[in-house]
Write a protein that binds this ligand. Sequence first.
Ligand code: MSP
Length: 654
Amino acid sequence: MNSKFYITSPIYYVNDIPHIGHAYTTIIVDTLARFARLKGKEVYFLTGTDEHGQKIEQSAQKKGRSPKEYVDEISQKFKDIWDSFGISYDHFIRTTDSYHLTTAQAAFLKMFEKGDIYKGKYEGHYCVSCESFFTKFQLKDDKYCPDCGKETTILEEESYFFRLSAYGDKLLRFYEEHSDFILPKFRRNEVINFVQSGLEDLSITRTTFDWGIKLPKALLDKDPKNEKHVMYVWLDALINYLSALGFCNDLEDRMDFWAADYHIVGKDILRFHAIYWPAFLMSLDLPLPRHIAAHGWWTKDGAKMSKSIGNVVNPKEVVEAYGLDCFRYFVLREVPFGQDGDFSQKALIERINADLGNDLGNLLNRLLGMSAKYFDNQLEVDCVQLQAHYNAEFTQISKVLTGLEDSMNAVQIHRYLEDLWTLFGLGNGIIAKKEPWRLIKEGKKEEVAELLVFIANLLIKSALCLSPCMPKSAESILKVFGLEVDSKNYQRFVVQGELLGTMHLSAIGVLFPKIESALLEDTPKQEDKPKHLLQDSSSVPALEIANPISKEDFAKIEIKVGTVISAEELPKSEKLLKLQVDLGEARARQILAGIKAHYDTQSLIGKQVCVLANLKPAKLMGQISEGMILATKDEEGLTLIVPQNSKKNGSPIS
Ligand code: MSP
């Protein structure tokens, strides 16, 4: 088995700031890279920015900046967002990096010397926006770009050409022999049809603008007029995949990573990767990538995203509001890989509450709650007995785990997650069936311990498999059992099926607090507000403030956000519930709240609340209470005060 694994994202154009489409591609690559590391492979994950071309030159001009100043700024924005998302890239390439220039020129010269590049005249329909030439048959209504719909211009210029027409048969043979070269398979025919309809030679230099890589010195020496040519941006861009490995440049030589295992791309750039790129590589006598995997496009609430409509989803904002792992889960799970998907806040919240909160979060909470309550967090069972008593369930688990690898290899990450989720269903189902709370009452403590250890092992295995998709959450789950996400543990618990029989569980806060659907309601517009609230304050008399306090008085009060991690009734009390609330401190606080008539215990678990945190602890009904939960009351009843969206436990309220 090849232990080296090379995976790339597209390099992003720097004429736009990062949006959800870019984040989607990058998260897919990150997931595959993390999975390969988990399997013990040596991974090289490349991402970066595509910085040349007329479009970028024009964007810089519009902003009154030099192209270099402009690309430096936007490229940094891409790097910053991937860093803040914890994207595990190994190298960030910029096509303005000098080693890339060296590689691009060396590759151009090699293809020229091979006889695959020649000088000619080009007349064609050019789309500036897509940096692409089209034949007149490809145009929409004779003049519009088939990809973006913008008007094309007719360009005639001296140009160097790549003999793409010579590679049609070789490409078709390659597709035939490598049926999984293009993923998902339904995209394969599209490419094959395009090649079968006949390939024309490709114009690979431009003379109408400057912002690009010059031709190799050997060609400039041959003919000084070659100075006016710069390389076609797609040739320049595709070669980045070799530059980063030190091909013909002075970077460290990592060509032992070639051929790439996966180039992950959007469907719009599949043609460049599945036709032009393999032809260039054949010309360079290099092996071809193993897979080109093309994902679909995201729309927003059913509409195409566009800057002019102003509906472009900013991934940073989504992550700030809902958390990184929830965002990763949503984009990876919501849409079958290869298909288009729609981004809506409603769908995101539903997924978080149902899949993450109810299925996974609940299973973990139940395990933690019962382990603490019945076993003081210390569990010990005999693994041979455990295996024998839960044989059918372990067989089901190992069947699912084995299938996961195939799904990941085929970049069917939605299927991977779907299958993984059947395990949480299995765990929750078996708890419901066995009713451990009843078994405890019947004195069958050993049976309960075994059930909990079974759930713990299910969670260990599934958290390891979840880690490529949701790294932080998986890390937190494994921490409960004193384990880490690494390939050694993956080998032990997932591949070899090892079971953990003895464990001390460490409590953690609620991983996926429920998001209130009230968040979905639009903020009322100004005109919807009650009339009296719209009055100009200068025209109304001053209000009498009862019991005024100073800012200093208020500063004495510490109100913090916390998450309810357990809730139970106090048998002798009609009003009180006993809650454990995580305020981000060394341990959770016990708080007695007079809310029994308004909330049932189950609905409280996972809820974020506001807590008066520096109230002197007091004893109520013989139990200590270490804070006060804030609520409001009117004739319709009592409601807890909750933050509008999820906040870190311990966040101060001011
Ligand atoms: N620079 C080229 C790629 C060169 S690779 C050698 C490019 N850049 S891009 O910034 O325009 O697009 C990069 C990726 O973002 C593409 O894979 C594209 O499919 C993806 N997306 C851009 N908008 C998108 C959506 N609305 N939805 C999903 N992905 C989309 O192309």
